[in-house]
Design a protein around this ligand. Structure first.
Ligand code: PLP
Length: 347
């Protein structure tokens, strides 16, 4: 069953809403026992959102936003993006027969994401500026033209993204003790909190989880308490200086008695590599911020070891293969002989 059909009663769906689908959602919750032992926690589960059709959790919100855009008679949609939103917008617009316009910061987008937007047929504009500048322009375009903005300022995006919280509870039979996730524009932490609260009100959980959000140090406006003019991190998906859902993220943090902290690029890279090496789960760098943050909290004694943690891995590792390959020295070709190969392997 499609995501919109499955959670129909919890979503803003009417008889006129087309239940479009690319088989999004229903992503695996993968036990990570080796990494849990390494971090020093009882239980760690990975909600691997890279398994969505365009390779990130953005598909959950986008399917809802595009369905509502169609219902309201829109012909075209626009978004600003660090990459994954544009891939999702382009794919679902193609699916629904809408035009997609995508505004991206020039040179700051992973190659895989650019390839997706182009292949799905979006009109792509690269601006000489960062994500925050792109979002400013998109908001103005929405005011001036009959075009639907599908950034997470669009409430339907947030609504669609609540489904990830429902899925976690549906699989575990209750909420986890804490949810760890990266924070960029802060739509996802907002949506998870909303989703967990809704399920709790319906009696589907015995408690609410703590929301543990992590920004990259070079793009940590919520942690510092002021916007960053020039955010910088290799985790491009969270390279955002002035999050649109800032206040909602702060509410999620405070109401859940969780935290929003930051992690360095080195800590992100270490967690990113550990996820792939220890558990066989390859996510994109930004996606590892939640695990990097959990490691930091455990080391500080700020996260109880005897708890069940779910870390959200927001996007797929193949989005940005260049950065992965750069971590290693490329193999030097050798003659096709057993001896040469044995020498390389040190056997
Ligand atoms: C969009 C995105 C984020 C950040 O999510 P927000 O809702 O903007 O906080 C993190 N990781 C990946 C892979 C993303 O695409």
């Amino acid at each position: 069953m499609s995501l919109l059909a499955r959670y129909r009663d919890l979503l803003p769906i009417t008889d006129a809403t087309p239940l479009i689908s690319l088989a999004e959602g229903n992503t695996p919750l993968i036990a990570a026992p080796r990494l849990a032992r390494e971090l020093g926690v009882r239980e760690l589960l990975l909600k691997f959102e890279g398994m969505n059709p365009t390779g990130s959790f953005k598909d959950r919100g986008m399917v809802m936003a595009i369905a509502k855009a169609v219902e309201e008679g829109a012909r075209s949609v626009v978004c600003a993006s660090t990459g994954n939103t544009s891939a999702a917008a382009a794919a679902y617009a193609a699916r629904a027969g809408l035009e997609a316009v995508v505004i991206v910061p020039a040179g700051k987008i992973a190659l895989g994401k650019l390839a997706q937007a182009l292949m799905y047929g979006a009109k792509l504009v690269a601006i000489e500026g960062n994500f925050d500048a792109a979002l400013d322009i998109v908001r103005k375009m929405g005011d001036s033209y009959p075009i639907t903005v599908v950034n997470s300022v669009n409430q339907y995006r947030i609504e669609g993204q609540t489904t990830a919280a429902y899925e976690i509870v549906d699989v575990l039979g209750d909420a986890p003790d804490a949810l760890c996730l990266p924070v960029g524009n802060a739509g996802n932490i907002t949506a998870y909190w909303l989703g967990f609260q809704r399920y709790h009100q319906r009696g589907k959980t015995t408690h609410l989880p703590k929301m543990l959000g992590f920004q990259a140090e070079g793009a940590s406006p919520i942690v510092r308490g002021s916007a960053f003019d020039k955010p910088h991190t290799l985790a491009t998906a969270i390279n955002i200086g002035n999050p649109a859902s800032w206040q909602y993220a702060v509410s999620a943090r405070d109401e859940s008695t969780g935290c929003i902290d930051c992690v360095s690029d080195d800590e992100i890279v270490a967690a990113w590599r550990d996820l792939a090496r220890c558990e066989g789960v390859f996510c994109e760098p930004a996606s590892a911020a939640g695990v990097a943050g959990l490691r930091k909290l455990v080391q500080q004694g700020a996260a109880p070891p005897d708890a069940r943690y779910v870390a959200v891995l927001t996007g797929h590792g193949l989005k940005d293969p260049g950065l992965a390959v750069e971590q290693f020295s490329p193999p030097q070709p050798v003659p096709p002989s057993m001896t040469a190969i044995e020498r390389v392997l040190g056997w």
